[in-house]
Design a protein around this ligand. Sequence first.
Ligand SMILES: *Cc1c(COP(=O)(O)O)cnc(C)c1O
Length: 394
Amino acid sequence: MNRLKFLEDEIKILKDENRFIKLHILESEQAPVAVIDGKKVINLTSNNYLNMTTHPAVKKAAADAVLKYGIGTAAVRTIIGTMSLHEQLEKRLAEFKGTEAALVIQSGFTSNTAVCQSLMTSLDDVLISDELNHASIVDGGRLSKAVKKIYRHCDMKHLEEILKSPEVKKARRRMVVTDGVFSMDGDIAPLPQIVDLCEKYDAVIMVDDAHSSGVLGRQGRGTVDHFNLKGRVDIQIGTLSKAFGTIGGYVAGSQNLRDYMISTARPFLFSSSHPPSVIATCLAGLDVIYNEPQRLEKLWTNTKFFKEEITKAGFDINKSQTPITPVMIRDTKKAFEFSARLFDEGVFALAIGFPTVQKGLERLRNIVTAGHEIKELEASVAAYKKVGKAMGII
Ligand SMILES: *Cc1c(COP(=O)(O)O)cnc(C)c1O
């Protein structure tokens, strides 16, 4: 009996198309220099922007919470899975984001799917999305009942054309969704222009700040703060799994948005809540964000240094404006080979190919963190140069 025999063919297809993923194994803490696949390497792959994963005070907060509150809630939020800690974190996240309220949901991914599904409930609604938005927004669109419209990446003319089309104008609800910082290219959405258009055409605006929270704006409050748009963006999504270094997501906006989501968001209703240790980690993480501004400064010093040096070496970093720094290779095979050779030189940067990015836009994706030392970044650039020259890329 082998009813899953068809998987052999499917796996073969994945392998032929370079889409078969083998897991890399981290054998140390998630740190700027880490043991990956048995080798100690400079780690340019995590979303650990503020180097929070190993912060002693944050680790202690998690351990203390286990001793005081136990290991979990064993319930969904709406039954008996809401501890005072959860409410406390939501109040503080709202303050961080400059909104009336916030609601913590299992992950950034499910925060996006939850909002799209809860708010866009009819064929008379239209969900308008940037073509390079995160997969969770795409899936949110699939779970919603709305008609979907996709605009070319950051193309405001195209967005306006869609907003003023008769079909969209007569819709019951319109919602425009964009990543704040795009996760593969590291470019920043033109949020002021998007906000202007949403105000002009009466559309709800939702921004996914997964890669901007802890990174952009005062104290890393995100793109709304970065662009000074307080009070003009209806829904801000954040994640607790990148700069905060743990797990979870949240929706920040009005009190009504929070109240409505509590009663309708399916991941919130039907999947259990975060253990107290995770919530305590996030509370301690917020203290770090407020009390240790040098982390954010170091993140940007490192980012500028790495970008300048890698560009000087002759590599193309495309449109990146943030710590996410793609090094364009523009060929799948070469991208994977480059990554493997870098690893031999003691640097880990992941190759990204189709379908995560378009064909012809294959790259190595680097994320610099506040934890990297300049000498580690110098060594990384030296390795890039060595491999780049050997492969005829620079
Ligand atoms: C990582 C990411 C998410 C998912 O967040 P998780 O908390 O990891 O589920 C959502 N949106 C964007 C833009 C992301 O980069």
